[in-house]
Design a binder for this molecule. Structure first.
Ligand code: ZN
Length: 473
């Protein structure tokens, strides 16, 4: 039985899907105006693990993730660089998908874009106004009136109804704050559904209230419900989205339909870098490209993320990444030594069953079941890795181990099938580079040796210096 921690109830609950046919999963996607940092990527790795655990339990998952391609930050950047919005959003959407691929994150079934759903958002807002849940300001902006939605605060625990929102005469500063997509618990307030824009503003859409553009929160309500229905199973995201974003989504959606919006809200914790919160000003803000520049394999980052439970903070350091990389390489080396088999991702285990190499299949170990059990206990990936390592070093027949390993990796997503039984063949070109690097090191030319190491990594090999000389993995 799969159990998940539900932020709505603050409890671990049995997961029962709404229908037996499929599970609806929505994860808030990227705002495409910059590279994703490793904290964002941790959230996407967490929701990928969730997706894979649901699949391992036999559920068919319909997975939707939005692309926020209109927002304050994107507009600001487009103005600064004097280029169209789409030039920025197309560029960073492409980079986002590259990151997903490198990290072996399962693609969503649909990636709806905010800019392609503006008409639907306007209609949705109209209905909220009709229902008396939203009001139109003189300038043509539309706000959600949180005092009209009784359950406001049920996810995050903030108390919306105690707030006085009756007075509409606000200072300019208060107005700006209210129309911003991001604010914190100190200023719980009505939030913008539609933002009026000046006539000369390039980015804008016509609406019943004049020219404007949608706020951030409304896009997720509209797009999640369009693809998954009024009520769906799981909504995931980072903890920073609990308030205001997800709280506001609930208010909009439940206000609109009068039905429950989502059964399970799941939130992944932050990443820390050297014990501190990541921020550009502290210069501890890393992207996947930064990790790669240091010679790290993206799969090592995936492994590192799996070593922590998704509801625990993960402290990222270069040492912890190196340790993850070492553990992963050791695992790869170990399974390279297992007998070679021809596998393909779709029918891997069947091939093993019928392969004469593996002999009669013996189902006498229960590692896979234990692995799934710990994951079913609110996605306990550190324990799942522990079961994997225990299995690897056990004396079960290799045929059993290989079968379990491939099944486990469907959930872990570490691409271990690329290593299983595949002896390392080092091309002449790489061998030559390793020799050149050794020479450079002996001459004390570390700049050159670093250069050569990078080239070796680019060719898909890692080099480790041991007392017996360099070792290629
Ligand atoms: Zn969202």
């Amino acid at each position: 039985m799969l159990k998940l921690f539900n932020t709505l109830s603050k409890k671990i609950e049995d997961f029962n899907p709404l229908t037996s046919e499929q599970v609806g999963l929505y994860t808030c996607g990227p705002t495409v105006y910059d590279f994703m940092h490793i904290g964002n990527l941790r959230t996407f790795l967490f929701s990928d693990t969730l997706y894979r655990v649901l699949s391992a339990n036999g559920y068919k998952v319909k997975f939707i993730q939005n692309i926020t391609d209109i927002d304050d930050k994107i507009i600001k950047k487009a103005k600064e660089e004097n280029i169209p919005l789409s030039e920025i959003t197309n560029k960073y959407t492409k980079f986002y998908f590259e990151d997903l691929k490198k990290l072996n994150i399962t693609p969503a079934d649909v990636y709806p874009k905010a800019t392609e759903h503006v008409g639907k958002m306007a209609k949705y807002i109209e209905k909220l106004v009709e229902k008396g849940l939203a009001y139109v300001e003189e300038d043509g902006s539309v706000y959600f009136d949180i005092s009209k939605f009784e359950d406001y605060g049920k996810l995050s625990g903030v108390e919306g109804r105690t707030l006085k929102t009756g007075t509409r005469i606000l200072s300019r500063a208060a107005r700006e704050l209210r129309s911003s997509d991001e604010y914190n618990k100190d200023n719980i307030q009505d939030f913008a559904l539609w933002k009026a824009v000046e006539a000369d503003e390039k980015v804008g859409y016509d609406s019943p209230w004049g020219r404007g553009r949608p706020g951030w929160h409304i896009e997720c309500s509209v797009m999640s419900q369009e693809y998954l229905g009024d009520t769906f199973d799981i909504h995931a995201g980072g903890v920073d989205l609990i308030f205001p974003h997800h709280e506001n989504e609930i208010a909009q959606s439940e206000g609109y339909t009068g039905k429950k919006f989502v059964n399970f809200f799941l939130h992944g914790e932050h990443i820390l870098v050297n014990g501190a919160k990541m921020s550009k000003s502290l210069k501890n803000f890393y992207t996947l490209k930064d990790l790669e520049k240091k010679g790290s394999d993206p799969m090592a980052y995936r492994y590192l993320v799996l070593t922590a439970h998704y509801r625990d903070k993960l402290n990222f350091t270069w040492e912890s990444l190196q340790a993850a990389s070492n553990a992963l390489n050791k695992l790869r080396e170990e399974i390279r030594g297992w007998p070679n088999v021809i596998l393909n991702a779709n029918k891997g285990s069947q091939d093993l069953d019928s392969s004469p190499l593996w002999g009669p299949s013996a189902q006498n170990d229960n590692y896979y079941q234990r692995f799934l059990d710990v994951l079913n206990n609110d996605l306990n990936t550190p324990q799942a890795l522990a079961v994997l390592h225990e299995m690897i070093s056990s004396n079960s027949p290799i045929s059993n181990k290989a079968k379990s390993l491939l099944e486990m990796d469907k959930v872990l997503g570490l691409k271990l099938d690329e290593y299983l039984g595949k002896k390392l063949e080092i091309p002449e070109r790489v061998k030559k580079l390793v020799e050149e690097r050794e020479d450079a090191r002996k001459q004390g030319n570390f700049e050159k040796s670093d250069e050569l190491r990078k080239k070796i990594i680019e060719l898909g090999f890692e080099i480790k210096d041991t007392p017996k000389g360099p070792k290629i993995t």
